[in-house]
Design a protein around this ligand. Structure first.
Ligand SMILES: O=c1ccn([C@H]2C[C@H](O)[C@@H](CO)O2)c(=O)[nH]1
Ligand SMILES: [Zn+2]
Length: 166
C-alpha cells in the first residue's frame, strides 16, 4: 500500500476501510440511531416497534420507523421508510443500514419486501441486524436476498421484442 493510502486511513479503523466497511464507531453510531428511531414507531396494531438508520454514501444518515395503519396493508416498514426518505432527498447510494427492534433474544430480520427495496439500490452494501443491547450481525444485501432480481435485469436480452403499444 502506498504512503498516501496509509495516510488517508490514518485515524480510522484500517481493516474496515480496506474492506470498504464503515468503521466500528460509525457502525455503533448508526445502531444507536436505529434504536432512537424505534422510539417513534407507530405500531398500535402489532405492538412491534422497529427502527432503522440508513447511512448514505455522503455519510448522511436517514432514520425511519414502522408506521402502521387502520387499513392494515397500508403500513410501512422502518427500513422502507428510511430508504424512501433518503431517495426523496436525493440519495441513491448507500453504505449501510442498521435495523432495531425490541426482540430480546433475536436479531431483527428484515421482511422480504424490504430486502427487495434495499436491493433496488445495490446488492453489495451492509445490513446490521441488531438486538436492543446493541449487539449485531452484519450481512450484505446479497446474502439476505440471494439470486435477486434488480433494475439491471429489466434491460437484459429478451427472446421477443414486446412493442410499447399493444
Ligand atoms: O424488519 C422489519 C420487520 C417488521 N417491521 C414492522 C412491520 C409491522 O409494522 C410490524 C410487524 O410486522 O413490524 C418492520 O418495520 N421491519
Ligand atoms: Zn419490511
Amino acid at each position: 500500500m502506498g504512503d498516501l493510502q496509509i495516510e488517508m486511513l490514518h485515524g480510522k479503523d484500517q481493516e474496515s476501510q480496506l474492506l470498504h466497511h464503515p468503521d466500528r464507531v460509525t457502525v455503533e453510531g448508526l445502531i444507536h440511531q436505529s434504536l432512537e428511531a424505534k422510539e417513534f414507531s407507530y405500531c398500535p396494531y402489532s405492538n412491534f416497534r422497529v427502527g432503522a438508520a440508513l447511512l448514505a454514501h455522503d455519510d448522511r444518515v436517514f432514520t425511519g420507523c414502522n408506521v402502521e395503519n387502520a387499513c392494515n396493508n397500508l403500513g410501512v416498514c422502518a427500513e422502507r421508510n428510511a430508504i424512501a426518505k433518503a431517495v426523496s432527498e436525493g440519495r441513491r447510494s448507500f453504505k449501510a443500514i442498521a435495523i432495531a427492534s425490541d426482540l430480546h433474544d433475536q436479531f431483527i430480520s428484515p421482511c422480504g419486501g424490504c430486502r427487495q427495496f434495499m436491493r433496488e439500490f445495490g446488492a453489495n452494501w451492509d445490513v446490521y441486524l441488531t438486538k436492543p443491547d446493541g449487539s449485531y450481525i452484519e450481512m450484505k444485501v446479497s446474502e439476505l436476498l440471494p439470486v435477486s432480481f434488480g433494475p439491471e435485469d429489466l434491460s437484459m436480452k429478451k427472446v421477443v421484442k414486446i412493442p410499447n403499444e399493444y
